[in-house]
Design a protein around this ligand. Structure first.
Ligand code: SF4
Length: 343
């Protein structure tokens, strides 16, 4: 494992190709067979009402806003029915932090889904879980336990942004702290649930703050082994208030360098994702030689990054083509990154 100082040196280096080759070597150690995976699933954003006012977010609407919504459960069931019909194996369901939805609302929803469908529920980012615990007057452990009992299968890494409280104070001062994000994932891992770790960078943070983030998730992975993957992406500035201050989005070089350093530093993570949704297909394809072994989802629906200006779209056929063209074998996976039972 490389040290924090060595990783910081890589951030200061301009040897992009050398860093990429090092990351590719780590990728090859985990995936010598050259498989690059993807998933067919659907993002469902059950509500855009939110009380947190994150400055990088173009998705939320304050309570009472005319454009705010809370999807009826029947609509959610209908979206899942369509997902299953299209060969989807999972649902990634996230929303704003709604102050009126107690745990019973989520339990009823998850039970209703599991009664109707065989589908993996990858739902509720750490800030949502913290919010549900708070609104319901429950401990974190009891909240996650009850959500698991009602059908929640895993927790996505959303809401991490940069795990450094000074950086969070600038971009999401009301949302959960670094420690609270870590506590949700730690508790979930202790209860036997897998989660993912994400990082949204390029929002004005320093490389030291990026390293603080990487160090925290590496240490937790060392302790629990509960993360299935690390998924970095860049801040999308369109329609956001933070976009008035951060005038330039991260370039492809910055993305590839950070992706590669994450792959090298997080050598205890089996999977690292190269994102086409925020970076576009061509940069995503290059990312497969900068440490990425997964391209994420053929998204049947995505609202959050689309609201902030990422409008890339693709098909399963196109993703398989870019994977093959980069010299890899495309394979569909499930939410837990298992490819063995799919084509
Ligand atoms: S990022 Fe999430 S918590 Fe922050 S304002 Fe948007 S919906 Fe709310």
């Amino acid at each position: 494992m490389i040290s924090r100082e060595e990783a910081l040196d890589l951030f200061r280096s301009d040897d992009l190709i050398g860093i990429g080759m090092e990351a590719d070597a780590v990728r090859r150690r985990w995936h010598p067979e050259g498989i690059v995976s993807y998933i067919i699933d659907r993002n469902i954003n059950y509500t855009n009402f939110c009380t947190e006012y994150c400055t990088f977010c173009a998705f939320y609407r304050p309570m009472g806003h005319a454009e705010g919504y809370l999807l009826p459960k029947e609509t959610i069931f209908e979206k899942i029915r369509e997902t299953v019909d299209l060969g989807g194996t999972g649902v990634l369901m996230q929303g704003g932090l709604h102050p009126d939805l107690k745990i019973e609302w989520y339990e009823d929803l998850f039970r209703g889904i599991k009664q109707r469908f065989t589908i993996h529920l990858h739902c509720l980012s750490a800030p949502e879980v913290t919010n549900i615990a708070e609104v319901s007057g429950l401990s974190l452990r009891d909240t996650i336990r009850r959500l698991m009992d009602s059908g929640l299968d895993s927790i996505p890494g959303g809401g991490a942004e940069i795990l450094d409280d000074a950086a969070r104070h600038r971009i999401s001062r009301l949302k959960c702290s670094t420690q609270e994000w870590m506590d949700v994932h730690h508790t979930a891992h202790q209860l036997g649930m897998r989660t993912t770790a994400t990082m949204m960078f390029g929002c004005g943070e320093t490389i030291e703050q990026r390293m603080n983030h990487l160090e925290l998730v590496r240490n937790l992975q060392e302790e629990t082994g509960g993360f299935t993957a690390f998924i970095p992406w860049t801040f999308q500035r369109e329609n956001t208030s933070l976009g008035r201050f951060v005038k330039e989005e991260a370039t492809a070089v910055e993305y590839l360098q950070t992706l590669a350093i994450a792959r090298i530093y997080l050598s205890n993570f089996e999977n690292v994702q190269s994102s086409w949704v925020t970076q576009g297909l061509k940069t995503c394809q290059l990312g497969l030689r900068f440490g990425g072994n997964d391209v994420g989802s053929i998204m049947i629906e995505e609202n959050v990054v689309a609201a902030a200006g990422a409008h890339h779209c693709s098909t399963e056929e196109e993703l398989r083509r870019i994977i093959r063209d980069a010299g890899f074998i495309p394979k569909q996976r499930d939410t837990l990154y298992r490819t063995y039972f799919l084509n």
